[in-house]
Structure formats: C-alpha cells, structure tokens
Design a binder for this molecule. Structure first.
Ligand code: ATP
Ligand code: MG
Length: 562
C-alpha cells in the first residue's frame, strides 16, 4: 500500500531493513554491501529507480556501499550508449556507487568456475537441440528426462567446453548445463543452461569470447566475487534463489544471499525495457527521453526532480507482493517538491486584451513580485505594468455567476502583484467574440501598500503586451489508454501498442510570457501561475523557448475519474 508519510519521517522498517538489522546484530556482517545490476540493453525507468533507491538507500542507512554492476552477458542487445546513460541517470538521481563493475570483467573467472563444476561432475556439454532440451525438461507436474549426453565424463566435457570457447562449434550446436536434478520440483534446477555459444562481439570484450554465461551463472557468482552481503532483486527471481545458493555451495564461494521484493508496476504505462525499446524503434515516441516515457530520462526532460522521484520511491515502500501504483502518486510527489523550488512566472495561454483606461499610454511601471512565496531567498523580480495587457480569455464572463471571482461588467479583481481593477466595459467583434476588456485601476490599491479598502476576491495573472514574448508549451497525458496495456493486449489478442493514447501529446500551443522567462536558465523549474509546473525543453532555440508541462497544479485526473 502507498504510504503518505514523507520518506524522511517514516519510522517503520521494511522487511529488508529488518533482515539487515538482524544480520548486523548477530554479527553475520559488519557492514552492508549491495549492488544495482542493470543490463545495458535500454534506458532506466521508474521501476529501476525503486531498485536504485532501495539498494543505495540501505547502504547509506547502515553504512557500507553499493556497486554499480552492469549485467552485460548478452552481447547482442547491449551497447556503450546504454551504459553511459545508465551511469548518468544513477548520478542524476543523487547516488554515488562504491565501484563501477561489469559482469564481463569476470568472464575468465566464470569460465574457471565452469571448469571446476565440470571436474566435479557437476556440469556437462549437451549437444541436444533447444527443442530436444525443452521436450526433456518435463512440466511442473511431470519430472524431466535425462539428456543422452548427461553421462559424459569430466574429461570429455572439459575438452568439449574448451573447444566451445575456441570457436570450433556453431551457435546452438552445444551448450553447457549444470548437472543437478531432472526431477526437481523447481524447473530451474533441472540441469539449467549455464553457457551458450554466441558468435557476436561484445561491447567490452570485443571478439575475445564466443561463449557467454547465462544470467544464473553470472549473477550470483558476480555477487560472491564482490562479496555482496544482500543481493536484492525482484520477485520473479524467487525460483532462481535455489540455484543461486547451489552455485555458492558447490563452488565454495562467499555466501551472498538473495532477497526478493515486489517490482514496481504503474498504471497507464509500461515498465519493460524491451517494450519501451519498441516504442522508440517504431517512432511511436520521440526517443527514450520523450517526456511521456516512464524512463528516468523522460521524467527528467518532463521536469521531474530527483528529489520527487526519490520521495515517490520511499512512499511506495518495499512490498513482498505485486501491486500497481497510480501515476497520481508520482505527480503528487512532483507537486510537493516543485512547489518549494519553482520560480513563479506569469504566462497567458489564451489571451484577450485588457485595457487600463486610466493608465497613460506609453507609460510603464516596473512592479516587484516575489519569485517564490515558499522560499524568501529566491528574491524578487520586476514586472512591467502598462496600459495594454493580456489576461486569459476564460477570466472574463459577460453574465458571470455570483461565485465567479474574476472579471465581468462591474466586477473587481486584483492583478497579481499589481493593482485592483474594475471592469467598466468590453468590446466584441462581429462574430460576438470578445476582443477587449476595459478596466479602471485604483491607484491606491498597489500590492503591498493597498489603502483602497476595495475588496477583490480573485487574483489574475497578466502580462504587459509590449513586453511579452511568445513561447511554445507542450502538454502531456497518459501514454496509454489502458490501465494495464500489456495484460489487456494479451486478453484481447492485440498488440500493447494498440493502446497508445492518441492524445498523449496534447498540444503544441503558443502562450505569452512575462519578460523574466526569457532570461531564466534552461534548467530552471517553473510554476506558471494558476496553470501548472513547467520545465524548459531541449527543443528550445534562441528564437523560441519551449516548455513541457510537468504536472498541473491540482490533480485533474483523479477528479475526472471520480
Ligand atoms: P526490464 O524488464 O525493464 O528490462 P529488467 O529486470 O530486465 O527490467 P535489469 O536491467 O536487469 O532490467 O534490472 C536491474 C535491476 O532493477 C534488477 O535488480 C531488477 O530486479 C530491478 N528492476 C527492474 N525493473 C524493476 C521494477 N519495475 N521495479 C523494481 N525493480 C526493478
Ligand atoms: Mg534483467
């Protein structure tokens, strides 16, 4: 269940913290060494952020460290580009690894481990085809059958395995299997494959190897080599634990232990690198960092802060059973943080001209306004005030209901950080469309020194027309229309991409921004008053600034769904 207490204030421990505290108390370990083991076959997503926060968080809390270890055992799908982006994302999230390591650094040692198993009669080379192997595997209720190659002698196996390494055999013609138990109730213990032939260059080891260890052969042994104390992974690896322990036992390695927690699932998006890659490759999104993607790079481009993401990961907790978290919790965390740090600016999205009839033409006054009411140290800025302004079209109504605290004939409002104005008149074109609103300002009502005694309930944002510049604003919605796109696709025998939300990129609209926006830095977080939180996009040019809406001010989605 989602917890609403901010992570720093939460006192209850998660189950992994309890295990660690017990281990420390009983002297099993003096410090904690965890690892984050991404496979460099894609960019990190918010699910990985949960694993990162957990692993690095535990080491920080109990003293110790976290290794960043690339699980690079599949040369076909892995690239240096992915490695570099993963490193960048982990750093951006605010974590520092103890050591940067690669499973491929251990290829020689893992090969030696395989030889050790062979010599003990615990591994054999199998010449069966993959179909034959699958057929001999049995089913969860039926034991498997022994491969005809299972009884090869250690010498024969060692000779064949060496020749596999030397490139004598074609892909798929032979594999190395651990010799465990073909009738084990755990299918993974039925002589699992531990090495396969792949004539493919590796992004780090080049052409040195043409055999590669499988996940099970590489992962636990890498943990043990590094003396990882707590190897934390997601629930689907639960059945692998028996095999993980088997290797450590047979090879007499450092006793790393595996613990499993529930992976993060989120509604209306997907959390699989393979499927995210498809969105990128098919051009359905604008790259891995498309602001609609659940990737760290997408969230960063959209305007999420590392603090908000870490807060989110803390709030969702560490569960032992799978569950789905609503995107609105992540958005809530973003609002919480952005409210504290974002600069307030005025931007008018759908302008209508406001004329201050008693303000002299060509005259301007620079008014002061605070950059962030939540943070005094953010200081003030100057905003030009004059005779002709833009306000939002929706802030005026001809026949407004009583509770409409904005403009209408005879009504008064405050212009933010400026004056109270009263509406005397308005102009419409031949189509009945409003073109101008005419108001009087009250000179003694200036914000900060108001002696007018006039009551104005509403406060509107505005920009001075001669000073305003046009910006582009992009709004986003959920990437998918289905709550669980993958499951739904399976059920309806369709593709998960059939459920892409056609309105996920809602609008490229133009808006009018106050002058300060033009000078603000490109990594500045903003609140456009009464609109939402916005962040400059990398598509900005000197001619046109582009902003992504990170989140709205309030949760419109939750309301709509009620
Ligand atoms: P994907 O399905 O996205 O490819 P993966 O598990 O194959 O995920 P890895 O690069 O192997 O990706 O993951 C690195 C670490 O992050 C692993 O320890 C994995 O358990 C963890 N992880 C991956 N997805 C999630 C998730 N949704 N929630 C929590 N942890 C995750
Ligand atoms: Mg994986």
């Amino acid at each position: 269940m989602a917890d609403n207490t901010p992570s720093e204030e939460r006192t209850s421990k998660n189950f992994i913290e309890e295990i660690i505290e017990k281990d420390l108390q009983e002297g099993r370990h003096k410090t904690v060494l965890t690892r984050f083991p991404p496979e460099p076959n894609g960019y990190l997503h918010i699910g990985h952020a949960k694993s990162i926060t957990l692993n690095f968080g535990l080491a920080e809390k109990y003293g110790g460290g976290t290794n960043l270890r690339f699980d690079d055992t599949n040369p076909v799908t892995e690239t240096v580009e992915f490695v570099e982006n993963i490193k960048h994302d982990v750093k951006w999230l605010g974590f520092e690894w103890a050591r940067e390591l690669y499973a491929s650094d251990y290829f020689e040692q893992l090969f030696e481990f395989a030889i050790l198993l062979i010599r003990q009669g615990l591994a054999y080379v199998d010449d069966s085809t993959s179909e034959e192997i699958a057929a001999m595997k049995g089913t969860p209720t039926q034991p498997g059958t022994d491969s005809p190659y299972r009884s090869r002698t250690p010498d024969e196996n060692e000779n064949l395995f060496q020749r596999m390494r030397e490139g004598e055999f074609s892909e798929g013609s032979r594999i190395l299997r651990a010799k465990i138990d073909m009738s084990s109730p755990n299918m993974l213990m039925r002589d699992p494959v531990i090495y396969r032939i792949k004539h493919a260059p590796h992004h780090r080891t080049g052409d040195k190897w043409c055999i590669y260890p499988t996940y099970d052969m590489a992962h636990g042994q890498s943990d043990a080599i590094e003396k990882i104390t707590h190897s934390i992974c997601t629930l689907e690896f639960m059945p692998h634990r028996e095999l993980y322990d088997w290797f450590i036992d047979k090879l007499e390695l450092y006793p790393s232990r595996q613990y499993e927690f529930a992976r993060l699932n989120m509604s209306y998006t997907i959390m699989s690198k393979r499927r995210l890659l498809k969105l990128v490759e098919d051009g359905i999104v604008d790259g891995w960092d498309d602001p609609r993607m659940p990737t760290i790079s997408g969230l960063r481009r959209r305007g999420y802060t590392p603090e908000a993401i870490r807060d989110f990961c803390g709030r969702i907790g560490v569960a032992k059973r799978d569950n789905t978290i609503d995107m609105s919790l992540l958005e809530f965390c973003a609002r919480e943080h952005l409210n504290k740090i974002s600069l307030r600016r005025m931007v008018v999205f759908d302008p209508v001209k406001l004329i201050i009839t008693n303000w002299p033409e060509g005259q301007f006054e620079a008014l002061e306004s605070e950059n962030n009411p939540e943070d005094e140290s953010a200081g003030n800025r100057k905003i030009p005030f004059g005779r002709e302004m833009y306000i939002e079209r929706e802030d005026f109504m001809e026949d407004a209901p009583k509770k409409f605290f904005r403009l209408g004939p005879g009504r008064s409002v405050r212009l933010k950080s400026a004056f109270i104005i009263t509406c005397d008149d308005y102009v419409k074109d031949e189509n009945g469309r409003l073109t101008e609103v005419h108001c009087r300002y009250h000179p003694d009502s200036k914000s900060g020194s108001d002696t007018s005694g006039i009551k104005a309930k509403g406060t509107l944002h505005w920009v001075s027309i001669p000073h305003a510049h046009k910006i582009e604003v992009r709004e986003y919605d959920r990437l998918f229309v289905a709550e669980h796109p993958v499951e739904q696709a399976k059920k309806e025998e369709r593709e998960f991409t059939d459920y892409i939300n056609p309105e996920s990129l809602k609008a490229f609209s133009e808006a009018w921004a106050e002058p300060a926006v033009a000078a603000d830095p490109s990594d500045q977080y903003f609140q456009f008053m009464r609109k939402g939180y916005y962040y400059p996009d990398k598509d900005s040019t000197p001619e046109k600034q582009v902003f992504n809406r990170t989140v709205t001010l309030r949760d419109a989605w939750a309301k709509k769904n009620k």
